[in-house]
Ligand binder design. Structure first.
Ligand SMILES: Nc1ncnc2c1ncn2[C@@H]1O[C@H](COP(=O)(O)OP(=O)(O)OP(=O)(O)O)[C@@H](O)[C@H]1O
Ligand SMILES: [Mg+2]
Ligand SMILES: [Zn+2]
Length: 572
């Protein structure tokens, strides 16, 4: 028999089984009893606290054959067909959409299409959009329009782990519920019930260790219990738990950072294998890696790191030795990259491969132009009036970067690094820009550096810029799409503010990666966009709930081996 993970097996069936969210549950039940159902709900709160679970129970309450009722089919073993299919997530009229993987325009159009039709089998169509804060601005607008004229018999439930990122225009149209972290006591009691039912022995101290590590997330607590069972069988000893939960040893973390800092991608695979074999949760390991790189940055940046780090003196020495391998700027970039990649790991269908690919990429990270060189470069370009490329994206462009002279193969036949080389709209002849686009961008970076130094450092990795009317386009070298995906929405706004100030007019800013295969720029997500339209891809997404992590251009016949951008770049 296949093993069903605890989080799924013990997903609460009814409102009364939801732990630690009493006020949310009660308010919703009262609303149903008095027939005051809102058209849109927003559930916010940390991961694994019951948002999706409550959304499904609410959908059952609305659609139960005996409903609408605050107590839909209370007997799990004899439910009506609606309650059954909704609980299993297979009801046609209850759609769950992952906002993180549906950031493209087409998907939201498809969503509006779905909303147009009446529910096929049930009374009320329920649309659950998870991680709604990840929707693109365009998708938000589409959603807003839908919410302004809400279709009848449809209830929207939005869930988010980052409430502050949901636009106020959406929030104001929803009834908002905040899901709290679940207390240690509630987690321990709940795990106790599960272990009793499963015939697992574990000490109260062991349960407390799990609750501690789960940090308010019931799902995390349950999956830690899964891991403990996988590791120890049905008798879980405290020592085993410490192995699983106890911080990943400093030595293990140091081996990871050494692989990266010594640029030894070959070591990544064995290291990942070792933590998988030891039964660690990869997300947990990743979190520890982030802390480790923070510690490295810290010992490299402050005089008395021991005041800020809880480590032994030997531990501190080890950190110092490790941190000495890289400049503080580099360490900052590693740290930013790790933080940026963390949510991707959560959603990855193949977390192990995601982790491996990401770490391999980090190993190659430092080959990218060091900051100091870039600043020099930007300064030298201040003397150049025309906009041009910041040099090929190879290492350390010096004073004269003629196209093709870098170690990277020259782009396909085309203009030297002249303006057209980057023009994505062939028809737009470059106006003589005043002042030079590079100049403009250097000033934008200067402005940003005042209070957004890390962002300025990140953008300092650009390879060329182009100013057109009210638009500033910033390109990163081919294969460096990572930088494009690293820029967050609020960053874009900050850059736009700075650019508008520098140019003295409202300016939009866009980021794109240059395309290695044709020398022209590609927009982030262009491949992805067309891949998502592909019927075969859609079939996989629908049938297997698959997710597209990245898409690479199909090489033309004259091109040699495909250069993948790697699976770590999630669509933004
Ligand atoms: N409040 C809770 N009471 C009981 N079990 C819970 C609760 N919250 C979460 N769980 C357990 O965790 C699993 C996942 O919960 P759920 O999908 O509802 O979390 P979520 O808040 O939607 O998380 P995410 O933000 O990651 O989507 C459930 O199947 C259930 O087993
Ligand atoms: Mg959820
Ligand atoms: Zn029912």
């Amino acid at each position: 028999m296949s093993y069903e993970i605890f989080a799924r097996k013990y997903r609460p069936w009814k409102f009364e089984e939801v732990v630690g969210q009493l006020s949310v549950v009660r308010t919703i039940q009262n609303a149903i009893a008095s027939n005051r159902i809102a058209q849109a709900y927003l559930f916010s709160g940390v991961r694994g606290t019951g948002k999706t679970t409550v959304a499904r129970i609410l959908a059952k309450a609305l659609n139960c054959a005996n409903g609408p009722t605050p107590h839909p089919c209370p007997d799990k073993d004899h439910p009506c067909q609606f309650c059954k299919s909704i609980h299993e997530g297979s009801a046609i009229d209850v759609l769950e959409i992952d906002g993180a993987s549906n950031r493209l325009v087409d998907d939201i159009d498809a969503l509006r299409e779905m909303v147009k039709y009446k529910p096929a089998y049930t009374r009320t169509k329920v649309l659950i959009i998870d991680e709604v804060h990840m929707l693109s601005p365009h998708a938000f607008n589409a959603l807003l329009k839908t919410l302004e004229e809400p279709p009848p018999n449809t209830v929207f439930i939005f869930a988010t782990t980052e409430f502050n990122k949901v636009p106020a225009t959406i929030v104001s149209r929803c009834q908002h519920f905040e899901f709290r972290k679940i207390s240690h006591k509630d987690i321990i009691n709940h795990l106790m019930e599960i272990t009793k039912k499963e015939g697992i022995t574990i000490t109260p101290a062991g349960l407390a260790l799990i609750a501690e590590a789960a940090d308010g997330s019931m799902r995390d607590a349950q999956s830690l219990l899964d891991q403990a069972v996988a590791f120890s069988g049905e008798n879980i000893g405290d020592e085993d738990l410490k192995t699983i939960l106890g911080t990943v040893g400093q030595d293990v973390l140091t081996r990871f950072s050494s692989a990266v800092l010594d640029e030894k991608p070959g070591e990544v695979f064995a290291l990942v294998e070792s933590v998988v074999a030891a039964g660690y949760d990869l997300r947990f390991v990743f979190g520890k890696l982030i802390e480790h790189f923070r510690a490295l940055l810290l010992v490299r940046s402050v005089e008395r790191p021991e005041d800020l780090l809880a480590v032994s003196s030997e531990g501190l020495e080890a950190l110092r030795a490790e941190a000495a391998k890289a400049s503080p700027e580099d360490l900052l970039r590693y740290l930013l990259a790790l933080q940026q990649a963390e949510p991707g790991l959560k959603y990855s269908v193949l977390p192990r491969i995601y982790l491996e690919a990401f770490l391999v990429k980090l190993c190659h990270f430092r080959k990218i132009v060091p900051l100091r060189e870039l600043i020099k470069d930007v300064e030298s370009l201040k003397e150049t009036p025309q906009r041009a490329s910041a040099g090929p994206s190879g290492p350390a462009p010096k004073a004269t970067p003629p196209a093709g002279s870098a170690s990277r193969p020259a782009p396909a036949p085309g203009p030297q690094s002249g303006p057209q080389a980057l023009s994505s709209k062939p028809a737009a002849p470059p106006k003589p820009p005043t002042p030079g686009s590079k100049d403009v961008f250097a000033r934008v970076l200067e402005k940003l550096a005042v209070d957004r130094a890390p962002l300025a450092a990140l953008l300092g990795q650009y390879s060329s810029v182009m100013v057109r009317d009210n638009e500033l386009e910033v390109f990163f070298g081919s294969g460096r799409g990572f930088f494009v995906t690293s820029v967050q929405e609020k960053d874009v706004r900050a850059v736009e503010r700075a650019a508008s100030e520098v140019l003295g007019r409202e300016t939009k800013v866009r980021f794109a990666e240059e395309n290695a295969s044709d020398g022209g720029p590609i927009r982030p997500g262009r491949e992805l966009e067309s891949a998502m339209k592909d019927p075969a891809v859609q079939f996989f997404m629908n049938t297997f709930k698959a997710q597209v992590l990245s898409a690479d251009p199909v090489p033309t016949s004259r091109e040699a081996a495909p250069k993948g951008r790697g699976p770590t770049e999630k669509d933004k």
